[in-house]
Design a protein around this ligand. Structure first.
Ligand SMILES: Cc1ncc(COP(=O)(O)O)c(C=O)c1O
Length: 475
């Protein structure tokens, strides 16, 4: 085993520590320059510095105890109320902040599981019907909370097939889910129809607006026709929305909002017999970073409706330019007709492997997200992309042309591996191999994928495992 990294015997000079950290960052995705198409939502340096200031003001405070930090409780209540108003909720609408979209989704599944239990509904194996394109956090929730997640297929418009949802409902169904929009394709599901189904079947309906919650309402205010996804639809019982995405707040802030306290009360955890005292907490975390709550309040107050509208306008203009550019590349095809600023494109040419295009883009400095089923390249457009549209499109054109001239690229390197993983029928083997990777990454040796494994060492290694496996089987 390599020598363990140890706590230095005496402290290192602070400037030196900061220098070491800055150096460690040098190979990270260049999001400030618009080179990353996910993970960071950057509304410019001025806004970012301001949010950091707000975070710093409450850096040490803990949202766990609202009695000790009444300021944080007030901020949280106001963030919830402002968002509820944005979603056309009435005065009964209530909610809590969480640490992110995943926690909001986890809480939705747990809350409705417990609501169903209280109503003696759902049997031993309650199920939740989610679109195939719903965020994977629902599958995580199913696995954590012992709830079966049933995936409803999509229409060829890449929205959930509501007829299929109707057919999938059985006596153990406790919840329906729609996305506004979905992460993989940027499409808003037909929430109006899901709402009708939910009302008819007397089921709750959760809308995952982690991406669209702080985007679609402003797009609508700008005069665009936007599919209704919020409390205007009587069947919608809760909505999740991420402040740390298009809310442009600090990482670690999201919301889950319910139509009424009768539902939210099932989210709370209360244990009255703990020797440490009677314990009550609203969501998953114990200690809750005060900075994240404060920064969300600050971001919403400083941007206001006009600030969000301006950002949405800018992001939509950038998105349109990107989509127009992609339409001019005959080898590429957009997936569906995205409702906002998130989209995916695939190859329509047998000569162009989309994963190989991804590899070429990465060689040109872009951080690319690849998807499967269908195989696509994904993009989440943010204000940081306004100045890189022409560079991206010209790199994309040259990447496509290069891949077309070099068909061998689809059978080598990253493209071959991603392709193989996407097509491997033995999904459980993919899973166990990824499990091994996780053990390596989080084990005592803490082996991170090598930088030389770029574009994504993690996936590459899984791929190389399967390449070896395939060769072994062929022999
Ligand atoms: C629609 C949707 N829901 C939930 C999540 C999970 O959010 P987080 O990564 O903040 O946990 C995401 C993340 O991209 C998302 O796109």
């Amino acid at each position: 085993m390599d020598q363990l990294h140890r706590l230095p015997e005496t402290g290192i000079d602070k400037n030196e520590v900061l220098r070491m950290m800055t150096a460690a960052k040098s190979n990270d995705a260049k999001w400030r320059q618009g080179k990353a198409w996910s993970l960071v939502y950057y509304a410019g340096e001025e806004h970012s510095q301001f949010v950091q200031e707000a975070y710093k003001l409450f850096f040490a405070e803990n949202g766990l105890n609202p009695m000790a930090f009444r300021s944080l409780k007030q901020f949280e209540a106001e963030v919830v109320q402002m968002t509820a108003a944005l979603f056309h909720g009435d005065t009964d609408v209530v909610g809590t902040m969480t640490s992110g979209g995943t926690e909001s989704v986890l809480m939705a599944v747990k809350t409705y599981r417990d609501l169903a239990r209280a109503r003696r509904h759902g049997g031993k194996t309650p199920n939740v019907i989610v679109p195939e394109s719903a965020h994977v956090a629902f599958d995580k929730a199913g696995s954590y909370f012992d709830v079966k997640i049933v995936h409803a297929p999509l229409t060829n418009e890449f929205r959930v097939d509501t007829d299929a949802v109707r057919r999938l409902i059985d006596r153990n169904t406790i919840l329906l889910v729609g996305s506004a929009p979905s992460y993989p394709h940027g499409m808003v599901d037909n929430i109006a129809e899901l709402s009708e189904i939910a009302l008819r079947k007397k089921l709750p309906l959760h809308v995952d607006a982690c991406l669209g919650g702080f985007f679609l309402p402003f797009l609508e205010k700008l005069g665009r026709t936007v599919p209704v996804f919020d409390f205007r639809l009587p069947g919608v019982t809760s909505i999740s929305a991420d402040l740390h995405k298009y809310g442009y707040s600090a990482k670690g802030s999201s919301l889950i909002i319910y139509r009424c306290m009768k539902i939210l009360q099932h989210q709370f955890f209360i244990y009255e017999n703990w020797p440490g005292g009677i314990f009550a907490s609203p969501a998953m975390l114990g200690t809750r970073p005060g900075g994240a709550i404060a920064a969300a309040w600050a971001a919403m107050h400083s941007l206001g409706e006009s600030g969000y509208k301006e950002l949405v306008q800018q992001v939509m203009e950038t998105t349109q330019k990107l989509l127009d550019g992609i339409h001019t590349i005959p080898e590429l095809e957009l997936i569906g007709q995205p409702d906002m600023s998130i989209f995916a494109y695939c190859s329509r040419s047998p000569d162009v492997n989309i994963y190989a295009v991804g590899d070429e883009l990465e060689k040109r400095g872009w951080h690319i997200d690849r998807q499967q089923r269908p195989e696509t390249i994904h993009a989440t457009v943010t204000p940081a992309h306004a100045t890189v549209v022409s560079q991206y499109l010209s790199d994309l054109k040259s990447a496509v042309a290069y891949v077309k001239q070099h068909p061998e690229l689809s059978t080598t390197g990253g493209a071959a591996m991603y392709g193989m993983i996407a097509h491997l029928p033995l999904r459980s083997m993919v899973k166990s191999s990824v499990g091994k990777m996780m053990e390596n990454m989080y084990g005592t040796e803490g082996k991170l994928p090598e930088a030389s494994d770029q574009p994504s060492g993690f996936t590459m290694k899984i791929g190389s495992f399967f390449l070896k496996l395939l060769y072994a089987l062929k022999k």
